[in-house]
Design a protein. Structure first.
Length: 491
């Protein structure tokens, strides 16, 4: 369906436009029940006291239950007064024009009917519906019932009782005509059930025919021993007294129900119930929820296990007398802790995306705690989110670079550690710099024997598909990490 704002040269008020927007939001139901294309025509006139000069097509929708009549949209098409007498008659007399002779439109014999749209005492537009007259001659029982229901709705449009107020069926997920339809009388008894509706209720446990049965009694009878609690009995929910949306669920099936009253004048003459068998959809939803909960629990347990490993390494380091071995164990504790931080963040997240700024804050906090002297840390920019597959190696790389700068660069008062994050759609550039001791003249990260820097280089090139360079720029030693973001798993 396509539409546009109210065209110039019409008498539509903001309230009129809002009403037409509500109608357009819901008229897929009318097109599907009619097996027809619908066009919404707005009269061209200065005000409601002026005689219209013609009409302009405001919106157009095609049915999902039948082939379209128009290959191209007709929005914006203008008709002069007298060019289409049926539209003129519906507008001037405020009556539905039905019994018209079919006319050839291209290769099709098309029957056109027109419906006035009443709002606040004025006819603000006219709906023309166009359907294949040849197909109408061999209509099935389903098509006959659908068209009768459509006529009830068109009567409601002409009486300004459709669309219903506070409509709840505009959502994309709402049941549609093709999903299944029940037609009820004013007492809630089934007059007609479409094949899809019968199949849905059969899956839920109803084996008999539906016609002449009270729908509320049918729903109560198949609830089962442990019904899902509802605020009201099903006899009220599906009785047709008001617009309702509800999920019926028992051990066999889950059905999404939409109840729409049919009104004539001030009297309720029945209702339709649209049914959608969503059993598999709900099962998949529950499976996804369970899967997400399981993944979060796994991250939580991994984090706990890593903390246990970290504690064991810490205990071992206290028993080692060799300073070199003790330092190696301390570095291992730090690396394990970096990985644990990522899993802790994922354990509290609803997605596999890591808010890396939280992880970075904890890396900085741990660095400050482990340092024996005050550290002047300056941070610019934000990391934002990364995929978990990126967050883990990145946490290790950032941890190693920060601790390397603290241990080997910061020696005296006035030394600082600077972290700059520059993120764009293409990449993320992380600069970790200090103005401390500097680098040896023959330094090369490729030939360096430092285990931490070897870890940094390996993770950057193999896991992050990025690059790392450590150089002296002015008074600063800078480690520049570049991560491309064109990879979906990174971005």
């Amino acid at each position: 369906m396509n539409s546009r704002y109210a065209p110039e040269g019409t008498a539509l008020t903001p309230a009129d436009v809002e009403r037409l927007s509500e109608l357009i939001a819901e008229w897929q139901l009318l097109a599907d029940l009619s097996f027809a294309d619908l066009i919404l025509w707005v009269p061209l006139r200065k005000d409601y006291q002026s005689w219209p000069e013609g009409h302009v097509a405001f919106a157009h929708i095609r049915p999902t239950t039948a082939a379209t009549v128009f290959a191209h949209d007709v929005i914006g098409t203008e008709l002069t007064w007298g060019e289409n007498p049926r539209i003129d008659q519906a507008l001037s007399q405020g009556e539905i024009v039905r019994d018209t002779e079919p006319e050839m439109v291209g290769d099709l014999l098309i029957k056109e009917e027109t419906v006035p749209v009443l709002f606040e005492g004025h006819i603000i537009a006219v709906i023309s519906r166009h359907r294949d007259a040849i197909q109408m001659r061999s209509a099935s029982r389903l098509e006959i019932n659908y068209r009768e229901i459509a006529h009830k709705f068109y009567r409601m449009v002409a009486e300004s009782t459709f669309p219903l107020k506070n409509s709840i069926y505009r959502a994309e997920s709402a049941p549609r005509v093709g999903d299944g339809l029940l037609r009820l009388d004013s007492n809630g008894h089934v007059i007609y059930a479409s094949p899809n509706a019968r199949s849905a209720l059969s899956r839920a446990g109803w084996d008999a025919e539906l016609e002449n049965y009270n729908l509320g009694s049918v729903m109560d009878s198949i609830l089962g021993a442990s019904p899902i609690p509802t605020d009201e009995p099903w006899s009220l929910i599906v009785g047709g007294a008001s617009l309702r949306r509800a999920d019926f669920e028992n051990e066999q099936a889950t059905i999404d129900l939409l109840v729409i009253p049919l009104i004539e004048g001030k009297d309720r003459i029945g209702a339709i119930v649209l049914l959608h068998d969503v059993t598999e959809l709900r099962r998949r939803d529950r499976a996804l929820v369970t899967k997400d909960a399981t993944i979060r629990e796994i991250h939580h347990r991994v984090k706990n296990n890593l903390q246990t490993v970290s504690a064991l390494l810490r205990l071992q380091s206290r028993r080692v007398e060799d300073p070199t071995a003790a330092a190696a164990l301390a570095e291992a504790v730090r690396r394990v802790a970096s990985i644990a931080m990522v899993h802790e963040t994922l354990a509290s997240s609803s997605t596999e995306r890591v808010a890396f700024d939280e992880v970075f804050d904890r890396i900085i906090h741990n660095a400050i705690e482990l340092s024996s002297r005050p550290i002047d840390i300056r941070i610019e920019g934000r990391f934002e989110e990364f995929d978990s597959q990126v967050a883990t190696p990145l946490a290790l790389v950032v941890t190693e670079l920060i601790h390397n700068a603290i241990e080997h660069g910061l020696e005296k008062s006035g030394d600082y550690l600077r972290v700059n994050i520059a993120r764009s759609d293409a990449d993320c550039i992380i600069t970790i710099a200090d103005n401390g001791a500097g680098l040896p003249e023959d330094f090369s990260i490729i030939s360096s024997s430092n285990l931490g820097l070897q870890i940094v280089r390996t993770l950057t090139e193999n896991e992050l598909k990025g690059s790392i360079a450590i150089t002296r720029v002015g008074s600063e030693t800078q480690g520049v990490l570049a991560i491309p973001l064109f990879n979906k798993s990174i971005k």
